[in-house]
Design a protein around this ligand. Structure first.
Ligand code: NAD
Length: 460
């Protein structure tokens, strides 16, 4: 049983997180500025859960809230650092009062930093809840607005970009203490926050959805699943990383409407055991994914050739997921040249994805995960050939996500560092729980790609 603190847990994404952790057997404390809502939400979860009134922008809040959690439970295992506000005025920078900017930064960035620091101090003094578990986990709620600017939401974007940069630092600085820090960047999620923007005419829902390859806004429950994953052992190896859950919205770079249906209409996968295929199961990462998917209860098939993928789908009558691991070993090899890496990694994954993609488009559901190396994101962890091929494979996943999203097919890339087991992450990313994660390149590399160092070769 873990003790989980959710700030801003009385509504929207935070409330969905509170429900998800409670359903998973954890004990939840909700801290929210809306005391009445927080109290009734916590009560509805059951008597072991609690609420505390808190304005995270108040400098005294972090100590008071963490003190409350420790007094009640003696420990804090997970902080969902979620409380946030939008810029209410809709004004451009030239017209925005400094006070409004201060409030935004005070809640969204400074408040989050104080909560994270206070949580870390408490986590440092405790032993992990079970052997092998982290000492503590912090998930900072960022936003797609941290990555792409939205006019009249300038302070909000700045606050969330600050959260991202903060997460990278906390991630690499605190990992050695067994504290995992990562960020989630939701795209447009239908909560009170977005409904308010719609009411004020600042978000046009149909125009917004026309720019999202999956063709819809996300649900708070989908963000809660992503947060729950980041707090699970399956996220081991993610350090200061960003998980984008935006229906491939931020991956999309064309000028026309995004959700082009190139196959069947999207539909939920049918009941029954999901069928997952691993291409490149002879690689270390592919083999780890075979194990991870089997542990998650799927029917798992190792495909030596693209034809094996079609045969598996034919035999089982469905194809829920493809792990595309071909060429994921050997990216660090000095003797490989670029054409060889492209053939073994990009072209092999292209051929497997072609077969799986045709099947999934005809079904109207399915997910693909391209496995590649940390070299996709950072210099100094592989020679040129491995890096270039890894980068190409990662971006290839984003293109597939944008092409196939209109038929409900999701595609992501996982950039995995040496010695890290991607099996649990693959199981999550290919499952319906990751339903709004698409077009993402996810670093699972022990922090290598987020740590800027003068001595990149110092990494083992
Ligand atoms: P929401 O408005 O539905 O919920 C926010 C919660 O935070 C509310 O319960 C509110 O009372 C609480 N809160 C606000 N100010 C607070 C403060 N000073 N101290 C403590 N609690 C406070 O919003 P949401 O959509 O669920 O957003 C949750 C988080 O997700 C925010 O950080 C937001 O920036 C982020 N986010 C949301 C979206 C989206 O599309 N909804 C997209 C990207 C990021």
């Amino acid at each position: 049983m873990r003790v989980v603190l959710v700030t801003g847990g009385a509504s929207g994404i935070g409330w969905a997180c509170a429900r998800r952790f409670a359903a998973g057997g954890d004990v939840v404390v909700i801290a929210d500025i809306d005391a009445a809502a927080a109290t009734s939400r916590a009560a509805s979860l059951g008597p072991q859960h609690a609420a505390i009134a808190a304005d995270v922008a108040d400098p005294a809040t972090a100590a008071a809230v963490i003190g409350f959690v420790l007094a009640r439970h003696g420990r804090i295992d997970v902080l969902v650092n979620n409380a946030g506000i939008i810029d209410s005025g809709g004004t451009q920078i030239t017209d925005q009062p400094l006070e409004a900017l201060r409030r935004l930064l005070g809640v969204n960035l400074i408040g989050m930093e104080r909560l994270a620091s206070a949580a870390r101090a408490a986590m440092l003094g405790q032993t992990p809840v079970t052997a092998g578990a982290p000492r503590g986990v912090i998930v900072n709620m960022a936003s797609g607005a941290a990555l792409r600017a939205i006019p009249l939401r300038n302070g909000y974007s700045a606050s969330k970009a600050g959260v991202l940069a903060m997460t990278r630092v906390q991630g690499v600085a605190w990992a050695a203490d067994g504290i995992w820090v990562n960020a989630l960047a939701p795209g447009y999620i239908r909560t009170d926050l977005v409904d308010e923007l719609i009411r004020r005419g600042r978000v046009d829902p149909s125009l917004t959805e026309s720019r999202i390859p999956l063709g819809r806004m996300g649900r708070p429950e989908e963000m809660a699943e992503a947060v729950f994953f980041l707090a699970s052992p399956a996220a081991r190896g993610m350090v200061g990383s960003l998980l984008i859950a935006d229906g491939a919205g931020s991956a999309y770079g064309a000028s026309d409407a995004a959700p082009v249906q190139r196959g069947a209409a999207p539909r939920a996968a049918p009941e029954g055991t999901p069928v997952m295929v691993v291409s490149g199961a002879d690689t270390a990462m592919g083999a780890a994914c075979l194990r991870g998917l089997a542990a998650a209860g799927a029917t798992v098939i190792a495909a030596a050739t693209p034809a094996d993928i079609a045969a598996a789908a034919q035999r089982h009558g469905r194809l829920d997921g493809l792990v595309n691991a071909a060429g994921s070993d050997g990216l660090d090899a000095d003797d490989a040249d670029l054409p060889q890496q492209i053939a073994q990694h990009l072209e092999a994954q292209f051929l497997a994805a072609q077969v799986a993609g045709r099947i999934m488009l005809a079904q109207g559901f399915g997910a693909v995960l391209n496995l590649t190396g940390a070299a996709a994101l950072a210099a100094g962890v592989a020679p040129v050939a491995g890096s270039a091929a890894a980068g190409a494979v990662a971006m290839f996943a984003r293109s597939m996500a944008c092409e196939w999203g209109g038929s409900g097919v999701r595609v992501n890339a996982l950039a995995v560092g040496a010695g890290i087991d991607p099996g649990g992450a693959a199981a999550f990313l290919l499952s319906p729980a990751a339903g709004y994660v698409s077009g993402s390149i996810i670093a699972m590399d022990g922090g290598r790609s987020v740590l800027s160092s003068k001595e990149p070769q110092a990494w083992p």
